[in-house]
Design a protein around this ligand. Structure first.
Ligand SMILES: [Zn+2]
Length: 329
């Protein structure tokens, strides 16, 4: 495969659970003796990949249907090492991604406590280091994700691990997961303060679905460096002003938003991105997980240009914002 482009690209928002090539996952699953629901590779690929015409009704469906399998397959030190390595190397070869941040929840990869979290995290770091040894052009960092559907104590442990491995390659902390009525973002402010104090980058999945209340609290009180999605901010002028004032960069994932019914279509996406530009909000273009959405950073950018959502010039500006907002220094 010839090098597609000389343009240097960055990806800041990709989940390990949605970024590994299905063929790699298939082999890892067999090597570990995991019983899959099908013996047919193509059925398996179809099971964990979204294609045009397929859509999730909401984010819960996305997590239950897709992430269940990918996270199960990645739940061992050997599996996570190979997964991280394959994503970083593949991103460089396919799209000239010279800067990559990859995120995962270690608590969803320890088979409910059967595996040791430190071993899982260290194996992920080793997978990243191996990729950097092979492709010296790559700069990379890992982000640990907390989840709305885990207990406060479990999330606190994830943060403790992120701080522990801060100098070894963990560059940030995130919060993700479908909405959960018992989850209260206000309780989490002290954890994010601790993360900031420790020098970790902070990004939070919010303003993707749900109410504006959580997004408002995040931008006004937690003040993360970045927000995963955040597209709902266009509904509230004051929130947009606070995002600019606190120098927060949004991580936009176009295909993911369409596949997960966060936006209706490319027309709605265009309106959102134009509003962000008009209000001077910085944003980056991401895949959310290139393999699950059957895309790449290159294809996301082409999609935006072809549909007149962004111009080439605006794409270049968003690329510069990505390099500026990276937690990898
Ligand atoms: Zn995401």
């Amino acid at each position: 495969m010839a090098q597609k482009t000389k343009v240097k690209r960055a990806e800041l928002h990709a989940h390990l659970g949605s970024a590994v090539n299905p063929a790699v996952l298939w082999t890892i699953a067999h090597r570990q003796g995991i019983k899959l629901p099908t013996k047919d590779y193509w059925e398996f690929e179809n099971m964990i990949t979204l294609r045009p015409g397929k859509r999730n009704k909401n984010l819960t469906e996305m997590h239950n249907k897709f992430f269940y399998w990918t996270e199960l397959i990645q739940s061992s030190p050997e599996a996570i090492e190979q997964s991280v390595h394959s994503v970083l190397c593949g991103g460089y070869r396919k799209c000239n991604l010279v800067l990559q941040e990859l995120r995962f929840n270690p608590m969803f990869r320890n088979r409910n406590g059967e595996k040791d979290l430190d071993h899982i995290i260290m194996a992920a770091i080793w997978g990243m280091e191996r990729a950097k040894l092979e492709f010296t052009q790559i700069k990379a960092g890992l982000i640990l994700i907390m989840d709305r559907n885990l207990s406060f104590r479990q999330n606190e442990i994830i943060l403790e691990k992120a701080i522990k491995y801060r100098r070894a390659g963990i560059v940030g902390i995130d919060l993700a997961g479908p909405e959960n009525k018992s989850f209260n973002i206000k309780k989490y402010k002290p954890l994010f303060d601790m993360a900031k104090e420790a020098g970790l980058g902070i990004t939070i999945h919010t303003g993707e679905v749900g109410t504006l209340e959580e997004l408002r609290f995040v931008v006004q009180e937690i003040k993360p460096h970045r927000i995963g999605h955040g597209v709902l901010c266009v509904k509230d002028k004051k929130i947009m002003e606070t995002i600019v004032k606190n120098n927060i960069t949004l991580e936009i994932c176009p295909s993911s938003n369409i596949y997960n019914s966060v936006v209706k279509n490319s027309g709605e996406l265009r309106k959102i991105l134009k509003t962000l530009l008009k209000n001077k909000i910085k944003f980056t273009i991401n895949t959310d997980g290139s393999e699950m959405y059957d895309t790449s950073i290159y294809e996301e950018q082409e999609f935006l240009v072809k549909n007149r959502i962004l111009s080439r010039r605006e794409i270049n500006i968003s690329t510069r914002w990505a390099f500026d907002a990276s937690f990898v220094k």
